[in-house]
Design a protein around this ligand. Structure first.
Ligand code: GDP
Ligand code: GDP
Length: 437
């Protein structure tokens, strides 16, 4: 699901854009000539041996900068380190090793990201005359290519895709959805857990849970694997009654940290409490999927407006969780309890969703057209380009001209545009702003 990002870094004129065009071919995506969005060829979706990836030419991000080459290079390297899964570090095989190359190499080494050192402009079958000099950089053996003659590009891409995360290993880890059930004592967490586990196949584990803060129960629902992180169980097991309140919040925090999706259980007869707000805030800050479950719905006297009124009140109390689905259930009668696990699965997927760079920039471009970015003293905010750098939670890097010009409300607007197109239901979205001149 996750599409790797490959960034090309290197001094001006080493041949980055030549290689970029060579790899991207017809697939190249050009950001339309819209106000506030550059139309440089910066990124493209590319494919090699069934590996689809996003290619970024970091040199294209700031084409006519007045900065020194060294500081431009630092920016490029930073962008690559922040966004890329694999970095193609391109040097000039005709010119040999320079001080700037050494500088960049040292930055890249510190980042511990896979780097493929690439000697370009090696147009003949002979080694570059400087080939052995480059070993000084302390990187893997350089790949020699000619971007203009399209020589050895396949070897380069082989080396690049070899560094892609192993999808299978990734999958095994990702396959299990970790759910934390959190909420105050007596809201019905244990009842809910008993209901869920009663309906599904519990995998018996021989790991004693006595020493852990939370009790984990693995179970399956058809093909889907879950791990239930139960903070309520502690109380059942523990003989010590005192300090429970004091520690229950901390325990809830550690459960949240380990979870993919949190179920915040609220007692419908009580409403949202301060403790709920604290835990919800923690989950939000940690980028977890979130579902608000209003339990004991059977105890509420209802008319046609009741659910609407409850929704309004909870949305109001937990305003920053506007993305979280709300479920009204009864763990006792089982009413709507089936929806709980379905929603967990849905939210886990939303939390791990990655959207293509091209589509993201289409959304941004359109958003900018519909609603002009803010300006101050004659200077207008420009969004050059965006890329999704991470999942869990979905994290977007926006390259803009000036951070001061980006208002919270405009960022919120961009977020809403992304949500309108892609949903991201149940998950927070993060933005990282990067300044470019
Ligand atoms: P960038 O500034 O790193 O993006 O470099 P460009 O892709 O614009 O290339 C700079 C110059 O190097 C251009 O004149 C290219 O034609 C030339 N160049 C790029 N790749 C090769 C190559 O493999 N061999 C040779 N001989 N020249 C190349
Ligand atoms: P926990 O402390 O959050 O684990 O809460 P429990 O699951 O132990 O439930 C606390 C009390 O609420 C118990 O007496 C449950 O029987 C009751 N309870 C739980 N869920 C419901 C529900 O949906 N409706 C009603 N009426 N009572 C419930």
């Amino acid at each position: 699901m996750a599409k790797p990002v490959v960034a090309i870094v290197g001094r001006p004129n080493v041949g980055k854009s030549t290689l970029f065009n060579r790899i991207a071919g017809k697939r190249i995506s050009i950001v339309e000539d819209q106000p506030g969005v550059t139309r440089d060829r910066i990124y493209a979706e590319a494919e090699w041996l069934n590996n689809v990836f996003t290619l970024i030419d970091t040199g294209g991000i700031e084409p006519e900068s007045k900065e020194t080459i060294l500081s431009q290079m630092r920016n490029q390297a930073e962008i690559a380190i922040e966004t890329a899964d694999v970095i193609i570090f391109m040097v000039d095989g005709k010119e040999g090793l320079t001080g700037t190359d050494r500088e960049v190499a040292s930055m890249l080494r510190k980042a511990h990201k896979p780097v493929v050192l690439t000697l370009n402009k090696v147009d003949t079958v002979e080694h570059s005359p400087y080939y052995y000099d480059f070993f000084e950089l302390g990187m893997d053996e350089p790949v020699e290519i000619s971007s203009t003659a399209a020589y050895n590009i396949g070897d380069l891409l082989d080396a690049v895709v070899a560094h892609f995360p192993d999808e299978k290993a990734d999958k095994d880890e990702d396959e299990v959805i970790k759910v934390a059930i959190i909420g105050k004592p007596n809201v019905g967490k244990s009842s809910m857990i008993n209901h869920i586990l009663g309906e599904n196949r519990v995998i018996v584990s021989d790991i004693a849970g006595t020493t852990r803060d939370a009790i984990d129960t693995p179970f399956t629902d058809g093909e889907d694997k879950y791990l239930l992180i139960d903070t309520a169980g502690i109380r059942r097991r523990s003989k010590i009654k005192e300090n429970i309140e004091k520690y229950s919040v901390i325990r809830a925090f550690t459960a949240v940290e380990r979870a993919d999706v949190c179920l915040l259980v609220i007692d419908s007869t009580e409403g949202v409490t301060e403790q709920d707000k604290k835990i919800a805030g923690y989950s939000h800050e940690n980028g977890k999927g979130m579902i608000i479950v209003v339990n004991k719905w059977d105890l509420i006297e209802k008319d046609t407006h009741t659910m609407k009124e409850f929704t309004k009140e909870i949305r109001n109390e937990l305003a920053y969780l506007s993305y979280a689905p709300l479920l009204f259930v009864s763990a006792m009668s089982g009413q709507r309890m089936k929806q709980v696990l379905e929603t967990v699965k849905f939210v886990a997927n939303q939390n791990a969703m990655r959207i293509p760079t091209g589509n993201l920039n289409e959304i941004i471009g359109e958003a900018v057209l519909l609603n002009q970015p803010p300006s101050d003293k004659g200077k207008r905010l420009k969004i050059f380009y965006g890329t999704q750098a991470a999942v869990k939670p979905p994290t977007f890097i926006l390259f803009i001209n000036d951070k001061e010009l980006m208002h919270f409300s405009y960022l919120r607007y961009i977020e809403n545009q992304i949500r309108q197109n892609y949903g991201f239901e149940g998950t927070p979205i993060r933005f990282i702003l990067r300044e470019k001149d």
